[in-house]
Design a binder for this molecule. Structure first.
Ligand SMILES: [Cu+2]
Length: 122
């Protein structure tokens, strides 16, 4: 009988510890910043994307016309941007600064001018 009571106590204690760990993991998880970016000949909207150093970012890309690309070598980010589809890229900027991105899927006469910047603030 005494042994059974101890076992019940141990199980309850374990359950409480698990709940505390579970809740704790939520408060530690950092909010992600979700930014929608649309592409069309020959521009991105927004063309300037401002994010914060150390805060996780999700970029959600969609194209309004044809296949484009998103290449930001300074931050090591690249994605295709397909019409009728959402491509996502997740990253956490580790350095502050201004990083240029451009379209790397040839999309027509204005392709070379299809660019923008990611600004990472401290
Ligand atoms: Cu393009």
């Amino acid at each position: 009988m005494r042994l059974k009571r101890r076992a019940v106590f141990a199980v309850r204690l374990a359950a409480i510890v698990l709940v505390v760990i579970f809740i704790g993991s939520f408060s530690v998880a950092q909010e992600k910043q979700v930014i929608k970016v649309t592409a069309k000949k020959f521009e991105y909207s927004p063309s300037t994307i401002t994010v914060k150093k150390g805060v996780p970012v999700v970029l959600e890309f969609t194209s309004l016309d044809r296949l484009h690309g998103f290449d930001c070598p300074g931050l090591g980010i690249r994605s295709d941007i397909n019409p009728g589809k959402t491509n996502t890229v997740e990253f956490t900027p580790q350095k502050a600064g201004t990083f240029e991105f451009h379209c790397d899927n040839f999309c027509g006469t204005g392709h070379d001018k299809m660019r923008g910047t990611i600004v990472v603030t401290e």
